[in-house]
Every structure is written in structure tokens, then in C-alpha cells.
Design a protein around this ligand. Structure first.
Ligand SMILES: [Zn+2]
Length: 187
């Protein structure tokens, strides 16, 4: 099988079968494909900051890594463009080939971190990303972003006069269902 160059494949030859040996690497590499398919994703070419520790253990190479990058997309409420910092960590054993089936194995003196990095990043992405935790979303009538137009933001809730009227209407609406003929308020 031909070995393709990948910046995510790390050479571990110098620590193979040397339990206790350890190597640490910090490097940056651009994502070679988009990570994620939701409202926010790490775009192809986005810089990934990797902090990788490779430890030789009896069964293989134990990889501990942290990934820092930025996901881009739009707020799920108001649709404005947003960028969210992504910071994830993972640990995985790359076993020596032993005849048993391991999900990750040392191959040709290398460990390939790309699928682990992708999965860790994708799992960390929010399904409902927001530009800020209290994003009020869009005005249903005008489609304008309420954060930019606070005057549109639910006048019947914010304005005490409207709130009082809304409460009055609600009790009026409920009246026929709850009230019996003996309702004292109606006398
Ligand atoms: Zn928003």
C-alpha cells in the first residue's frame, strides 16, 4: 500500500517498543477538509493548533492531544456570521499490530491523527450555535435582527402597559371555560 504524505501522520519510529519514552510536538496545520456540516463548521484551510504528546507504552503508542481552532458559520437565531473558538482534547492508544482488531494501529512506524482530530472537533460543535447566549433572534414580522433593533423586541412583554393588557385578555379568554354561573366576579 502506498503511503501518502499527510501532515497528520506522525513518525514514531524512534520510540517504538521503548516504553517510557515520550515525545511532544506543537505545530500548526491547516484543515484539509471541512470539519462539521451544521450551522458552524471548521472550514477547509482553517488553522489547527495542535499540541500532541506521544508516549511509548507496552501495547503501542498512547496519543494525547489538544486541538485549538475556530469554527465559522451563523447564529441559529439571528443568522449573523459568527466565529466560535474550538478547544478539544482527546487520548487514544495506537496499538502495535497484533492480529487482534484495534480501531487504531501503528502503521508503517506512523500514527495518523487526522480522523481523531476531525471526530473530536465535530463532536464539540454546537447544534444550536448562538452569537451570544441571550441573542433575541429575528423579529417575526420584519425579519430584522432584534439585537440591532431593540425597539422591535416584543413590546407586549417589555412594555408594562401591553403586559397588563395581555394579562387582561388572557383572563377574558379563559373566562367561559373556567367560570361557572356562580362566578362571583360576574355578579
Ligand atoms: Zn444571534
Amino acid at each position: 500500500m502506498a503511503i501518502q504524505y499527510s501532515p497528520f501522520r506522525m513518525n514514531v519510529r524512534d520510540i517504538l517498543n521503548r516504553p517510557g519514552e515520550m515525545r511532544e510536538h506543537r505545530f500548526q496545520v491547516p484543515a484539509r477538509e471541512p470539519f462539521g456540516e451544521g450551522l458552524v463548521a471548521v472550514r477547509e484551510g482553517s488553522e489547527l493548533d495542535l499540541d500532541v504528546r506521544l508516549e511509548s507504552v507496552h501495547e503501542g503508542i498512547l496519543v494525547s492531544a489538544s486541538v485549538d481552532t475556530v469554527a465559522e458559520g451563523e447564529c441559529g437565531r439571528c443568522l449573523i456570521d459568527i466565529a466560535l473558538p474550538v478547544e478539544v482534547e482527546f487520548q487514544e492508544l495506537f496499538a502495535y499490530h497484533s492480529g487482534e482488531a484495534f480501531e487504531f494501529e501503528v502503521q508503517d512506524d506512523h500514527v495518523d491523527l487526522e480522523p481523531l482530530i476531525r471526530d473530536a472537533v465535530v463532536l464539540s460543535l454546537p447544534f444550536q450555535p448562538v452569537c451570544r447566549p441571550d441573542c433575541p433572534g429575528l423579529d417575526p414580522e420584519t425579519g430584522l435582527r432584534l439585537a440591532d433593533h431593540p425597539e422591535l423586541d416584543s413590546p407586549n412583554v417589555r412594555d408594562p402597559r401591553w403586559a397588563a393588557l395581555a394579562g387582561f385578555q388572557a383572563s377574558e379568554d379563559q373566562g367561559p371555560d373556567v367560570a361557572s354561573d356562580a362566578d362571583p366576579k360576574r355578579d
